[in-house]
Design a protein around this ligand. Structure first.
Ligand code: ACM
Length: 668
């Protein structure tokens, strides 16, 4: 039944099921959404009316909304005679984005017009995104679903970190990801700008930082301002991270007097934790930091400044007699005490420049000012510990995109789950939210979108929506739609997949390459860094790089396998298994003489075998054939087939494993 014809209002609030709302591809799911009758028809006539003169940012957002509506529907809006959207906004004056801004909005779409109400521009921006997600084709053309929405976020800090040091990311990459962030209501862009692999921001006060520390790939101050403006237009704060006292080797290339060892220093093109560390015992280091952070603070309007503070290995501190003497004389106990001393002095500098300091969980130390924000990345415990010590905190542990976990794994990580479960209500208010982290050791501008999207949309929902919104089937259904629609924002996770597959072979049919690549998932950082030594100049053009972070095809096959185990026919699954089995024969002719593709030849053979086992398992299940021993032997074989090779994992074994286990159970 079409839900538009429901006579009664259908309320899908925090605690109810999603089963009744399959056609609203809203993500993140709103606080409250209910059907409100027939949809608003979409044609070329669409006028937006404001009940009061809109701030310039909202006017621009309205124009972007209309052009995005045209892009997403293909309906050119050429007439503005009829008011289709009334925006009542902005009792509060527009200002710079701040943590805790009111992002609430209400939306009512009726057959004649939509009405969006918000106290702030930010709220209106969020509502416009919801409205866009409600546009979809129906029997008469395009329409916006008739709904009533009341919405506001669960957490005020919903971020995405992008590392632009391991691999530099051009402004265009950042902008398209800001567009995607806006689409799923993320509101903090955490810009990891400096590290041993690159100092990526132009400094007027210390130009050797970017000239010697970046091999030419850095953002000019004008580009930084441009990104900040672009983000602000989308209601996204930009928080710069200037990592210190570790991950700071690029500072010492031009300014070796800042280091704890004598140098010489150079850009480190490989990845990991390295020794260069600022010398916290020298006043000149704080003078330098003061001037640099003064410049950074003037450039970035956000009230937060991230000083990193992670992974100080202490080697250069241990090897430096002067530093050891300083630790003893000041009673700092050890290197951790020295880092805490450093942090206190840096915090005073950050505060002097009108900013609040934040750092990774290593900065946590009993004597730190309480308003320092702690970002937990090493474990979930550190979030609870930080909160108990009185710090605001946010979670990134569990949201590391470079681990290439599945959307399901990311989705089920809750900032207030795990060790944070026991926090009191007032303590829990200190949990600001979370950030997905895209470290780019194994990611290029070409592949970065496919490692961020669509998984980050699932994280965005975790951070925006009510805690009880956890229905996986609903999430995946909506995620698939969001993923497709991100193409219209210019995100390249789908388009680059195709072009990267074509690069692997000019002769092999794209469809066959896709069947193979859809059957695997790349290993995350842990698996890749032990396989070979990577550097910034290692080509990321291989099969593993082309493969998407998460295979939607295998996820669907797994769902079908579960349905077969519960008595379903499995006809779709049979087609999938057949395509796997036959794919190797189709690709075989294309491996020779092609180094890029040949690497995947064994995987292709293994996929073929996986399809074969799957087909036989399906047949045995259907025939109710006693198969315990056979299934046990095939499970062992599958285990071998699924072992990582060429830095990918053949995830196609998963649905087959499901069937084999069903056969085992049936034999018991
Ligand atoms: C980090 O991942 N080193 C914060």
């Amino acid at each position: 039944m079409n839900h538009f014809s429901f006579a009664a209002v259908l309320v899908i609030g925090a605690s109810s099921s999603f089963a009744a709302s399959p056609s609203w591809s809203l993500m993140p799911w709103p606080k409250k959404v209910e059907a409100a009758g027939a949809p608003l028809r979409l044609d070329r006539d669409f006028r937006i009316e404001f009940t009061a003169a809109p701030p310039a940012r909202l006017e621009r957002a309205a124009r972007r909304f209309l052009s995005q509506l045209t892009v997403e529907t293909g309906v050119p809006i050429t007439s503005s005679r009829t008011t289709r959207l009334v925006v009542e906004c902005c009792a509060k004056p527009d200002a710079a984005d701040r943590l805790g801004d009111d992002e609430a909005y209400t939306l009512h779409v009726s057959t004649t017009q939509a009405r969006l109400e918000a106290e702030t521009v930010t709220g209106a921006l969020r509502g416009l995104q919801t409205l866009l997600q409600l546009a979809r084709p129906d029997a008469q053309g395009f329409a916006i679903a008739g709904v009533r929405v009341e919405d506001s976020p669960r957490f005020p800090w919903r971020g995405l970190l992008l590392d632009v040091t391991s691999h530099f990311m051009p402004v265009a990459v950042i902008k398209r990801n800001l567009d995607a962030m806006e689409a799923v209501k993320l509101n903090v862009f955490h810009w990891h700008l400096t590290d041993d692999q690159g100092f990526r921001i132009e400094s007027g006060v210390f130009p050797k930082l970017h000239t010697l520390g970046s091999a030419g790939d850095y953002y000019t101050r004008q580009e930084i301002r441009d990104v900040i403006d672009y983000a602000h237009d989308r209601g996204i704060r930009v928080v710069p991270e200037i990592d210190m006292p570790g991950h700071s080797g690029t500072w010492m290339i031009g300014y070796p007097e800042l280091g704890s060892a004598s140098g010489p220093y150079a850009i480190i093109p490989t990845f990991g934790v390295y020794d260069p560390t600022l010398d916290p015992t020298q006043d000149r280091v704080y003078t330098f930091i003061d001037e640099l952070l003064g410049e950074i603070s003037a450039l970035f309007p956000d009230e937060y400044l991230h000083i990193g503070g992670d992974e100080v290995n202490g080697k250069h501190w241990k090897a430096n007699a002067g530093i050891q003497k300083f630790i003893r004389e000041r009673g700092l106990k050890n290197e951790a005490g020295l880092q805490a001393y450093f942090n206190r002095r840096v915090e005073a500098i950050v505060r002097k420049h009108g900013k609040k300091m934040m750092g990774w969980d290593e900065v946590l130390h009993p004597n730190l000012p309480r308003d320092i924000v702690v970002q937990s990345w090493r474990d979930h415990e550190s979030l609870a510990t930080a909160i108990k010590q009185g710090h605001p905190a946010l979670l990134s542990f569990g949201y590391y995109l470079d681990h290439l976990d599945t959307s399901k794994v990311y989705y089920l990580v809750d900032p207030l789950g795990g060790p944070a479960t026991g926090l009191s209500e007032s303590e829990a208010r200190g949990v600001l939210g979370g950030e997905a982290c895209m470290w780019t050791e194994f990611v290029s501008p070409e592949t970065v979108d496919s490692r961020i999207w669509p998984m980050t949309a699932a994280i965005a929902e975790r951070l925006w929506s009510s805690r009880s919104v956890t229905d996986l089937a609903s999430m995946f259904q909506r995620l698939d739609v969001v993923s497709r629609r991100l193409d219209w924002r210019g995100v390249r996770h789908n388009t680059n997949y195709e072009s990267m597959l074509r690069r692997l072979s000019e002769t092999a049919p794209l469809e066959d390459l896709r069947v193979l690549a859809d059957a695997v998932e790349p290993l995350g950082i842990d698996g890749r860094e032990i396989t070979r030594t990577y550097s910034q100049s290692t080509p990321l053009n291989r099969f593993v790089d082309a493969a998407r972070g998460e295979s939607a095809a295998v996820r669907r096959a797994e769902a079908e396998a579960a349905a077969v185990s519960a008595g379903g026919s499995g006809s779709e699954l049979e087609r999938t298994f057949r395509s796997w089995r036959e794919n190797a024969a189709r690709l075989n002719a294309h491996f020779d003489g092609n180094a890029l593709l040949k690497e995947a030849a064994d995987v292709s053979r293994n996929l073929s075998r996986t399809g074969e086992i799957g087909l036989e398992a399906l047949g045995r299940l259907r025939a109710r054939q006693s198969s315990t021993e056979w299934a046990t032997a095939r499970l062992a074989e599958l285990e071998a087939l699924g072992r990582p090779q060429v830095e990918v994992r053949l995830v196609a074994v998963k649905p087959v494993r499901h069937l084999l286990m069903a056969l085992q159970r049936a034999g018991k």
